[in-house]
Design a protein. Sequence first.
Length: 315
Amino acid sequence: MKRIVKLQMLLLAVGVLLFQTPASAYTFTQGFSEVSGLEGIVNAYSPARTSSGGDDFTAVNSKANQPRSTGTSPHSGTDIRMAEGRNVYAIYSGKVVSKQTSTSSQLGDIIINLDINNDGTPDGYYIKYLHIVPNSSLSAGSVVSKSTIVGTIDSYKVYPPHLHFARTNSTGTVTYKLYNFYRHTSTSTWNNGESLDYLAGDSRVGSNIYITGYTMDDGAWENLARVEVYYKVGSGAWSSTPKTMNKWNSSGRWHFDFSTVASSGQAVYYYLAGIRADMSSSSDNWGLFPQYYKEPPKVPSAFTSSIQYRSFTMP
Ligand SMILES: [Zn+2]
């Protein structure tokens, strides 16, 4: 009898190991905020400059909201390739909000509130520069221009030297999209900004939705495995099996037509999961649109906090 109980306990333990998804894999605090459409367009400069002061749109090592196998996943900002000691410049004029000067863990940072309409008053568009040694002559309230050096790339303590920069809230804890800051210039500006955010440039035409998604891995552009569409129609339940977006073009643009699942006059609700192709673990290989939770689940049934979605009425 004792033996049977032990065996049952063993089987239970094995079952737990095999089948239980650890709740700790998901973090339902807000880590991201979505920026849709054309909100906040700024013709920003690169934080990396050439010796003559021109923009250096250097390699993107990792996008914002990109799933990854180390640290929090998805990534809470964009990593670009800059060597130790290299100057980091303000990407636009603005005012310093805060500065973290303790660099023992390579977490020196500076947050700047951009003045995007150049009227002398910052406009609530915050840029955080991380893994830097902040410029000692700057402090909260300092006015910066695009020629201001905000700091230099810190040496290797925890991470290989690089710049992590992000559009954030005022405290740097919520990551927005950088996409719109570079989308108006050209494909040479990080592919119109699309190389800075994992899923960007969402749009809708009638019943059709579009989004651009691809991975940047240490400077290399990689196709996604697929983009999954989680949806519900009207007052129905979230579908447990997602639809898959079609490849719209070879530049990472994806498409889905909701007329395949809903008819005219019905309300549709949806969110998207971009699936990274080159991660060995399939338990954490997605970034969502709209982006919101720090480490979100993927399937509707795994949300223990409200699902963040987009909706429209079928034309
Ligand atoms: Zn980073």
